[in-house]
Design a binder for this molecule. Structure first.
Ligand SMILES: *Cc1c(COP(=O)(O)O)cnc(C)c1O
Length: 380
């Protein structure tokens, strides 16, 4: 059989596919950022992003990846020597912990195994044991394991204790409900390359009045991410001008679809993927799987790393392997951002193909059948 051309399908939890209209928006003439022309575009981008965040808090756009916004959160509300509670059940919870250490904060951990989740009760207990903690750092969707946390419930106990809560919504925001104001979230951070359907390069951070007040009394250890500078001028440095054109359009597209519809779309993609995976005789890894991605245990006897590399290099479908200690043990299929029913079918079908190639027999079409039946039942 002659070689076929291959389209590339990006089905990893970031970067995610970017719609052509958004790509083209980035190709517009770069203008100067200190002009009324840019101010208008910037104001629209900020306004739309606040709606996506469901917040009226201050919101800043950073020229960095998502981790920059995590660093901004920690360096601006935590003084060296102050105590924080970090919740972690995976690689990105650990990132909060690493940044806290870099700041010189004292860390009390709420933790669990990879694949596990933490509960409001666990956070409440940590708050009782650490009355001197100034803030709690959490993750909406732990991307290394595909686990979603009950941020609404956790925020209730943090608020009851009168502390600040910061949420890493880098993969979760947009795909999972995240009610920044209704849930009282002081800081929410995200990046452009996940649910926002944008290329990598921007991070967004929302900051409540209480967090700003704390920042005013904090000896910020960062210069570039100094919140006090952003409060004086939301563009303290040269912004990523063309990415902000793209962001303005992306939030317009998201809001046109509607946040509730976007959450529902991700919920049905998540459900279809999980049910299809089970129908293929495979096992889910997460104990509280979310709608951003599905993590799957590598079946016995199949080389885990090969699933990802063959799918990408031979079939053109990029999913993600396990990170850190999960390497070779799980793989992760995203259903995030600019994706819908047929994208899920492509990922599942490519998975059947690669499993067959690696000696694990699965009937062709099982994944597609189960997924399409779920989409049909849900009225997609
Ligand atoms: C992707 C991701 C990050 C890291 O974001 P970068 O943009 O790579 O800096 C952090 N937290 C979570 C939950 C993520 O999914």
């Amino acid at each position: 059989m002659a070689k076929m051309i291959r389209k590339n399908y990006l089905m990893a939890p970031g970067p995610t596919p970017v719609p052509i209209d958004i790509l083209l928006e980035g190709a517009k003439d770069t203008i100067h950022h200190r002009t009324p022309q840019f101010d208008r575009i910037f104001a629209e981008a900020v306004k739309g992003t606040k709606e996506v965040f469901r917040t009226e808090n201050e919101l800043f756009i950073l020229a960095s990846s998502g981790t920059g916004a995590m660093e901004m959160a920690l360096t601006n509300i935590v003084n060296p020597g102050e105590k924080v509670i970090v919740c972690t059940v995976g690689k990105f919870g650990e990132r909060w912990q690493e940044i806290a250490k870099a700041v010189g904060a004292e860390v009390a951990l709420v933790s669990g195994e990879y694949g596990d989740f933490y509960t409001p009760e666990m956070v409440e207990k940590a708050l009782k044991e650490n009355p001197d903690a100034v803030a709690v750092f959490t993750t909406l969707s732990e991307t290394s394991t595909g686990t979603v946390m009950d941020i609404e419930g956790i925020s209730k106990v943090v608020k009851a204790a009168g502390k600040l809560i910061a949420v890493d919504g880098i993969s979760g925001l947009v795909a999972e409900p995240c009610e920044t104001d209704k849930w009282g979230l002081d800081i929410v951070v995200t990046g452009s390359q996940k649910g926002f359907m944008l290329p990598p390069g921007l991070a967004f951070i929302s900051v409540s009045k209480a967090a700003i007040e704390k920042a005013q009394n904090t000896k910020t250890t960062s210069f570039y991410f100094n919140l006090k500078k952003y409060l004086k001028d939301p563009l303290p440095w040269t912004p990523a001008v063309n990415l902000i054109y793209q962001q303005r359009l992306a939030v317009e597209m998201l809001l046109k679809e509607g946040m509730e519809n976007i959450w529902a779309r991700h919920a049905v993609m998540g459900k279809a993927t999980r049910e299809a995976i089970k129908a293929m005789g495979l096992e889910l890894f997460s104990k509280r799987p979310g709608n951003v991605l599905t993590s799957v245990k590598v079946p016995e006897g199949v080389p885990g790393g090969k699933i990802v590399s063959i799918m990408r290099d031979e079939y053109g479908v990029t999913i993600a392997g396990g990170q850190g200690t999960m390497k070779g043990n799980i793989f992760r299929i995203a259903h995030l951002g600019y994706m819908s029913d047929y994208d899920v079918v492509i990922a599942l079908t490519a998975l059947e193909k690669v499993l067959r190639k690696l000696g694990r027999h699965v009937e062709y079409g099982i994944g597609a059948q189960v997924a399409m039946e779920i989409f049909e039942k849900e009225g997609v």
